[in-house]
Design a protein around this ligand. Structure first.
Ligand code: NAD
Ligand code: LMR
Length: 336
């Protein structure tokens, strides 16, 4: 028999699945955008009782879409049922920021959710489950999840800064009027917030004459050190202002990029940004979930080491680390 053995389905949990990111994300997962066109999936969708009817409507649409890769759907308001046996957990459940709100305002509402869901994941998810926290404050929710799920290895817990990374790629490609797929190796350092540091010092563009540095091609340091950074930092707020809702399709797409690269690996010579548990690399305090440049292979991420950090960058790396330390303290004060 020459036919390929079908792969076993992977169970993917999406919390907050009745919300707007969930609505964009579940069809992407069911189409193979996250795990590949040959990877069957079983979707686990969790939401809270007030959203149960709407969640069931999403389940009906998934049936109606007749996705060939989708081998099953669990739609539930029961955390234990939702977490049982999952290989990948995408944590989107929570309350989004509205116009005029700072991210700190959503803190107390959201961190307590992550404390309680940590133990459900720890007890019921599959061994080696990979966790991606999307809900804000994403880094601090991920940290709380990590601290209250001590048996989940810290290397398995991450937060989403890939959206910021992709936003930076988008801004550079617009500015240079080139394909976004020709830009690579931007970095998002730190928090998924307005203190994040979008860094292009190591970014390159693929041209017919080889790779060239973004700084050289843009040839406008004032823009790169000013408006470029603030545009990426403030993009979430700009989307909220324009849509009266926070970003959803771009967030869902970035979540797929994050998991795909983590599981299937980053291309040779390319890194991506992921919020991961700091080991002290680049003198970032250990014990924070901080966005670093990472490469992935064999299902594991590794922080890219040895990049030179100039004085301008150093200040920005430290500033966003300070905010994360404050958020950590604030999160603990909300939990007591
Ligand atoms: P939304 O309000 O449309 O959906 C959130 C869903 O979570 C709702 O259906 C709600 O009922 C559900 N929910 C609330 N508490 C829950 C709980 N305890 N368990 C399970 N589900 C629960 O919001 P959205 O626009 O989909 O955004 C979701 C989150 O993602 C927000 O926190 C938002 O700020 C964040 N976000 C992060 C990024 C990022 O790049 N990291 C980007 C965009 C949005
Ligand atoms: C985003 O970056 O779009 C989200 O985190 C929403 C927000 O509150 O900024």
């Amino acid at each position: 028999f020459l036919h390929k053995m079908a792969k076993d389905p992977v169970r993917v949990l999406v919390t907050g699945a009745a919300g707007q990111i969930g609505y964009a994300l579940v069809p992407m997962i069911a189409r193979g955008v996250m795990l590949g066109a040959d990877q069957p999936v079983i979707l686990h969708m969790l939401d809270i009782p007030p959203a149960a009817e709407s969640l069931n409507g999403v389940k009906m649409e998934l049936v109606d879409a007749a996705f060939p890769l989708l081998k099953g759907v669990v739609a539930t308001t029961d955390v234990v049922e939702a977490c049982t046996g999952v290989n990948i957990a995408v944590m989107v459940g929570g309350f989004p920021r509205k116009e005029g709100m700072e991210r700190k305002d959503v803190m107390s509402k959201n961190v307590s959710i992550y404390k309680s869901q940590a133990s459900a994941l720890e007890k019921h998810a599959a061994a080696n489950c990979k966790v991606l926290v999307v809900a804000n404050p994403a880094n601090t929710n991920a940290l709380i999840l990590k601290e209250f799920a001590p048996s989940i290895p810290e290397k398995n817990i991450s937060c989403l800064t890939r959206l910021d990374h992709n936003r930076a790629l988008g801004q550079i490609s617009e500015r240079l009027n080139i394909q976004v797929s020709d830009v690579k190796n931007v970095i998002i350092w730190g928090n998924h917030s307005s203190t994040q540091y979008p860094d292009v010092n190591h970014a390159t563009v693929v041209t017919p004459d080889g790779e060239k540095s973004v700084r050289q091609l843009v040839a406008d340091d004032a823009w790169l050190n000013g408006e470029f950074i603030t545009t990426v930092q403030q993009r979430g707020a700009a989307i909220i202002k324009a849509r009266k809702l926070s970003s959803a399709l771009s967030a869902a797409s970035a979540a797929c990029d994050h998991i795909r690269d983590w599981v299937l690996g980053t291309p040779q010579g390319t890194w991506v940004s992921m919020g991961v548990y700091s080991d002290g690399s680049y003198n970032v305090p250990a014990g924070l979930i901080y966005s670093f440049p990472v490469t992935c292979a064999n299902g594991e991420w590794k922080i890219v080491q040895g990049l030179p950090i100039d004085e301008f960058s150093r200040k920005k790396l430290d500033l966003t680390a300070e905010e994360l330390s404050e958020e950590k303290a604030l999160a603990y004060s909300c939990l007591t």
